[in-house]
Ligand binder design. Structure first.
Ligand SMILES: [Zn+2]
Length: 166
């Protein structure tokens, strides 16, 4: 039940970790493929992506463009933008999902549970009253989140609107 307290540990990826290419660097590399790669938004120093293997609907991640493993390797501007994007996500998730709370978390290092240990990323997830109880009651079976296209459209729409606002 550990993952109920730290759901970002509930694994980013099965599969991607065995590949040579870092998936975050890959996502960062080509804006033309943002839709397929589930990139929701590009900041100046960080991008926001939808988790392909979500713990809940609306499970997203913020990753710097820089391929670094530790916070110590990131400049203050990047760290600051990461938190500013987390704030924007709080608003986006509120609008899209009306959650009762949020989890924000980071796993630094494989022993801490990082699926992609070499490129740090911040998980942001909406939570609802009772979602833990529900999942507990069905033990190892997880609630199937909505499909990724639906999540993508909801959240990408928020950022498109925000960008269009004066
Ligand atoms: Zn990388």
């Amino acid at each position: 039940m550990d993952y109920l307290w730290s759901p970002w540990r509930y694994a980013y990826v099965s599969g991607a970790t065995h590949r040579d290419v870092c998936i975050f660097c890959e996502m960062a590399s080509d804006p033309a493929q943002d839709r397929e790669r589930l990139v929701l938004h590009r900041g100046r120093l960080n991008l926001i992506v939808l988790n392909r293997f979500p713990y809940t609907s609306g499970h997203v991640m913020i990753a710097p463009y820089q391929h670094v493993a530790t916070l110590a390797d990131l400049g203050v501007e990047t760290l600051s933008e990461m938190m500013t994007l987390a704030r924007a996500l709080e608003a986006a998730l509120r609008e899209a999902y009306r959650p009762d709370g949020y989890n924000l978390g980071m796993n630094l290092g494989r022993s801490a549970g990082a699926g992609i240990a070499n490129h740090l990323h911040l998980h942001v997830l909406p939570r609802w009253n009772g979602d833990v109880n529900f999942m507990t009651s069905i033990s190892d079976t997880r609630v199937l989140p909505e499909d990724l296209d639906t999540s993508y459209e909801k959240l990408a729409g928020f950022f498109r609107q925000a960008a269009a606002a004066p």
